[in-house]
Design a protein around this ligand. Structure first.
Ligand SMILES: Cc1cc2nc3c(=O)[nH]c(=O)nc-3n(C[C@H](O)[C@H](O)[C@H](O)COP(=O)(O)OP(=O)(O)OC[C@H]3O[C@@H](n4cnc5c(N)ncnc54)[C@H](O)[C@@H]3O)c2cc1C
Length: 296
């Protein structure tokens, strides 16, 4: 019979204590809402026996705003974000959050946990990528004389992932704040389709149209949370076009999709990519229509 080692749960009172504990035991697990960890990582015979429960840390629960951006502590929950009227700042973010899991899960799951899941990019990552979010990462460094030096660095969300697509956090480093600039474009588009089990294919887009002419467009696909696909060339190819597109233009844009993105291996995912992209183009022709949809 395997003997289980007890978990040690630490609830640090403030950031200084948290960073020092994590520095001393960098193999500890950071637990925010715990909705992902409880389902995936917390095996009784697993190797992680030290847990740093950060979900209630005041410094990680703050929300502040300026006229240019909103700043959220990493432990702000999804429902707190919805209640903070983030939709006024970003209907795309609000739309995305409203489709994330059941209400009780949204009550505890955090923005930081959503971004830091090692093996998959969840729903918020592509949206925050399109919104040019920045992230603050913090850790403590021990000097030779034993003194602590507290480090903070701000990075663009673009550089948060390593070559394998996993969060690029250094040893003992945590995500502390996320800064989301306001986007003043008039158009957003969010679709999420189940592929299998808990895997979804998504498309998210932000755009600005001036009298039907596209002056800005940002599009990201995610494929079962494993890939984030964004092509600046594809966006540049759409920019300056007048909507609705002519039939010829629509066919040309649709057939060009494979030039910018490699074809998904699974035919259903290829179908979803084409079908959702076509829906995006049709919605750009009628920007008031960003509501519910069905896939034929
Ligand atoms: C029933 C159900 C439905 C779900 N539906 C959705 C959905 O629709 N969309 C979706 O995107 N997700 C969904 N999820 C997945 C998950 O709940 C969310 O992604 C959630 O936001 C994770 O946040 P958390 O605070 O619970 O993370 P946790 O489980 O606490 O942590 C997740 C990971 O991030 C790390 N971590 C957490 N905070 C930090 C930090 N500040 N710094 C460094 N590392 C950190 C943890 O160590 C862990 O590896 C669902 C989960 C369940 C159980």
């Amino acid at each position: 019979m395997t003997e289980n080692t007890a978990f040690h749960v630490h609830i640090p009172q403030n950031m200084t204590v948290l960073l020092n504990l994590y520095n001393k035991a960098p193999r500890s697990l950071i637990m925010a809402g715990g909705t992902h960890l409880m389902n995936h990582t917390m095996k009784p015979d697993g190797e992680h026996h030290s847990i740093l429960a950060v979900g209630q840390l005041d410094e990680l629960k703050k929300i502040s705003r300026t006229d240019r951006y909103i700043e959220l502590g990493s432990c702000v929950t999804i429902n707190e974000m919805i209640d903070a009227q983030l939709g006024v700042a970003s209907p795309l973010l609000l739309d995305t959050m409203s489709h994330m899991g059941p209400y009780p899960i949204r009550n505890v799951s955090t923005i930081g946990g959503n971004l830091c899941i090692p093996e998959k990019r969840m729903d918020l990552f592509p949206v925050l990528l399109l919104m040019d979010a920045r992230m603050e990462l913090r850790h403590v460094k021990r000097k030779r004389n034993g003194r602590a030096s507290y480090k903070s660095r701000w990075i663009h969300i673009n550089s948060f992932l390593d070559a394998e697509g996993r969060p690029d956090l250094a040893e003992g480093e945590i995500l502390s704040r996320i800064r989301i600039p306001f986007y003043d474009g008039s158009f957003h588009f969010h679709r999420k389709v189940n592929i299998q089990d808990n895997d979804f294919f998504t498309i998210n887009a932000l755009a600005s149209l001036d009298k039907g002419v596209l002056s800005d467009v940002r599009v990201a696909f995610t494929n079962g949370g494993l890939f984030i696909l964004r092509s600046r060339d594809m966006e540049a190819n759409l920019m300056g076009r007048r909507f609705p597109l002519t039939r010829k233009e629509l066919d040309e844009v649709m057939s060009g999709l494979s030039r910018y993105f490699s074809k998904p291996e699974n035919p259903y995912e290829e179908y979803l990519m084409n079908s959702l992209f076509r829906q995006l183009l049709e919605s750009l022709a009628d920007p008031s229509d960003t509501g519910d949809f069905s896939l034929q």
